[in-house]
Design a protein around this ligand. Structure first.
Ligand SMILES: [Zn+2]
Length: 442
């Protein structure tokens, strides 16, 4: 017979188990868009998961509160929240509230607020639309999207992957040179040089002497939304006479040189050092190989590789002056262009000596960085700061509405008061409703 204690204990354990299995999927507020049309300001809160919400007005001063349960904000939303405004919406503030988030919409005047839940469709996730209506009919003006704003000036991210590490020393060369040390040193210098350039950011798969599986290397790149992954190596070859730096991209055709096969074999064997075989990944690889987008990724990798070779030839003797292709597992990311730089052969006396010199490694890293930066400056991806700086941004005409002050307009449009005065030949800060102001391009 159960004692009272046993009964209580089993009830408690049951309760614990049900608490643990009750998984609450928190929603992320990914974007907030504001549109103004015909006297109505519409805010659309885009969520990753459906979430409950409530909306209520407060007066003195006029504001509307939007509570969303079990939610947090994406970085794009947090960083750009101050950019949201319309003629009635002065600004949006937020605070964490229980497990959710509370938005406070500060208004220029009282407005009727209503909200509608919109179900996910092919383009968007679940959304909450909040409409602020205040009667005045005005033409459509501004549509802003925080996610777009944030994407407009993102950094170009270069993932740097020094090969081997930890229990996998890589090639052991002449003069007791170890590949894992050489490539870590070159990788760190490469990252330093890339980070020095505005609009570029480097992430490293490893910055210490640790072992990483090949798949974990591309995972680092993917999680950082990398535009490019560069794997850095300094291998050994069977013939000590073999020398010269080379750049490799993935081959889909299986056609590869004797050296390509050898190098790929050496690199791909790295996972075996960690005690796992690549066999279980065959299915994934097969799918990856079927992915047609891979072809364009490879073409881009070849172009970037060529730009890198163009700079490296000033520093190192090249094995071949075109990008070569082989079946490296580490390069098999269908969506991220990837190159593998063989900085030289540590099995060759001259190159082992060169690579053991810090001055040589710094020069080599500088050349690789130059090749990458040159390529991405000429081919800046849409939405990056580098692309944004190259565009001619057009000015924008703003019509002054009730409640506006010059400083408020300047703040909202992220221009300085001085720049705004100068662009409009204003001698003082007096403005009137209906006046058209030039908001100069950033
Ligand atoms: Zn290697």
């Amino acid at each position: 017979m159960q004692t009272k204690f046993q009964t209580l204990l089993s009830i408690f354990l049951f309760w614990m188990a049900s608490m643990l299995s009750m998984e609450v999927v928190a929603s992320e507020v990914r974007d907030i868009r504001v549109a103004q049309q015909d006297g109505i300001t519409r805010l659309v809160f885009e969520l990753s998961e459906k979430s409950t919400h409530r909306v209520f007005p407060l007066s003195n001063p006029d504001r509307v509160v939007v509570d969303i349960s079990d939610a947090h904000l994406s970085n794009a939303v947090v960083n750009n929240l101050s950019a949201l405004s319309s003629d009635v919406l002065m600004r949006v503030r937020y605070a964490k509230r229980n497990d959710g988030v509370r938005f406070v919409l500060d208004l220029a005047q009282a407005a009727r607020a209503k909200s509608t839940e919109l179900a996910a469709n092919q383009t968007y996730g679940p959304r909450i639309m909040v409409e602020l209506e205040y009667g005045e009919k005005k033409p459509a003006t501004i549509v802003k999207s925080l996610a777009n704003l944030s994407q407009e000036k993102r950094d170009i991210v270069i993932a740097i992957d020094p090969g081997h590490g930890g229990k996998d020393p890589g090639a052991l060369g002449q003069y007791k040179v170890r590949e894992k040390d050489i490539v870590l040193s070159i990788g760190k210098e490469l990252a330093r040089r890339i980070n020095e350039v505005e609009g570029f950011k480097a992430v490293m798969t490893r910055s210490t002497d640790v072992f990483l599986k090949l798949r974990d290397r591309s995972r680092v790149a993917r999680e950082a939304n990398a535009d490019l992954m560069i794997s850095v190596h300094a291998d050994a070859f069977t013939k000590p006479s073999a020398r010269g730096a080379s750049v490799w991209a993935l081959s889909l055709s299986g056609k590869t040189s004797e050296m390509g096969r050898w190098l790929a074999q050496q690199e791909n064997a790295a996972d075996l050092v960690g005690g796992i075989s690549l066999d279980d990944k065959d299915q994934l690889l097969a799918e990856v190989l079927l992915d047609m987008s891979m072809n364009s990724t490879i073409q881009m990798s070849l172009n970037i590789g060529q730009s890198v070779l163009g700079e490296m030839k000033n520093v190192a003797k090249l094995h071949k002056n075109t990008v070569q292709q082989a079946g490296f597992v580490v390069l098999k990311s269908p969506d991220i262009p990837s190159i593998l730089v063989e900085t030289g052969f540590v099995s060759n006396k001259t190159e082992a000596k060169n690579l053991s010199s810090r001055t040589y490694r710094v020069k080599l890293a500088a050349a690789i960085a130059e090749g990458v930066i040159d390529y991405y400056t000429k081919n800046a991806p849409e939405g990056t700061l580098v692309a944004w700086k190259q565009k001619k941004h057009s000015d924008y005409i703003y019509t002054v509405s009730k409640g506006d002050t010059l400083s408020k307009i300047a703040r909202r449009n992220q221009v300085s008061l001085g720049v705004l005065r100068k662009a409009n030949n204003l001698k003082n800060d007096v403005i009137w409703v209906g006046q058209k102001l030039v908001i100069p391009a950033g």
